[in-house]
Design a protein around this ligand. Sequence first.
Ligand code: ADP
Ligand code: GN1
Ligand code: MG
Length: 360
Amino acid sequence: MNNNIVKAVNAFLPNEKYISCENLGNGHINSTFLITTDKGKYSLQIINTSIFKDVDGLMSNIQEVTHYLRRKARNSGNDPQRSTLRFLPGPDDNRYVIIEDKAYRMYEYIDKVFTIEKMENPDHFYSAGVAFGNFAKLLSDFDASKLVETIKNFHNTASRYLDFEKAVSDNISNRLNEVGNEIAFVRERKDFMSLFVDKLENGTLPLRVTHNDTKLNNILFDEKTGEPAAVIDLDTVMPGSYLYDFGDAIRSGATHAAEDEQNLDLVDFDLGLYEAFTKGYLSQCGESLTPVEIEMLPYASIMLTLECGMRFLTDHLNGDTYFRIHREGHNLDRARTQFKLVKLMEESLDDMRAIIQKYV
Ligand code: ADP
Ligand code: GN1
Ligand code: MG
């Protein structure tokens, strides 16, 4: 095993003996490993510092949020060990260590859980809705001024569009001629992209403390009960909109296709799954939604899926420098599934509106 991983483990756990390391999960950004020592199991992550530039700010956010969530879990009789992440303090309480320019952090491993990459069981998606809706509810009275913005303009779709146009004009990877249809698809939706941003800027939409990366595999499900244990991947918890978390979860879970499916005929948009998630999500935080949030909710999955597809396409044009890829053209495959989903969602707008009306 990589010597630096062993060094990192020894730095966090000077009194334990390193035994083994395995790859963990399928994240696109950080590298995650399951570490076993003679005394326990841990998740070790190499933080992607070209994306998260302010690691102190990032870890301070996670400290504030996990302390807060743990206190709430304790008060409501839930297991504080399993209901949120707990990181190891690290040498000198630094919360991370730097070894050869890489930043490492360690979490207690939450054992006997599973994650879902591809949705198969609507009950799980209902539970995911409850988990993310509950996350929103728990953080509704969290003081947002304690949080730094770990990635600026993260879900500012209009500003993401400008990044996309820059990638088109730079054409760094010389891939423009194969993506004419995709570029046209994005451009046709340019005006739509400021729908939420404008309302957040003029105050008609409220700023909330949100997760901002509500992909299905960021929930750990309990192996025994099948219920969500913890919402993880807290790197992007910062001020945002409920529309982001709702929309991004639908993007990742209301289809039976993998995010990188190459056969677009397999990419469906399942309104049954949409309804399951909506019901779960709104059962937790529906009462606190403002009329404008409710009015905008049917557009949320279209916005977030379009934004995500556009980010994948931008990265493809920039030569794959942001999202980890595992094959040539991987980001383009991902962009194509997202655009197919956008189209299907646009055709289902009235159905989505009716489902939301049923549960608010
Ligand atoms: P990324 O930012 O790269 O998506 P995540 O924090 O989501 O990284 O971790 C990647 C995967 O590792 C998760 O989907 C989950 O399967 C697993 N994982 C991460 N941390 C833990 C933990 N503390 N306990 C159990 N599994 C974990
Ligand atoms: C990344 O880190 P991960 O794999 O959970 C990305 C999200 C995207 C997602 C698409 C910090 O999430 O914004 O929606 O990929 N995270 C970051 O799969 O950019
Ligand atoms: Mg993740």
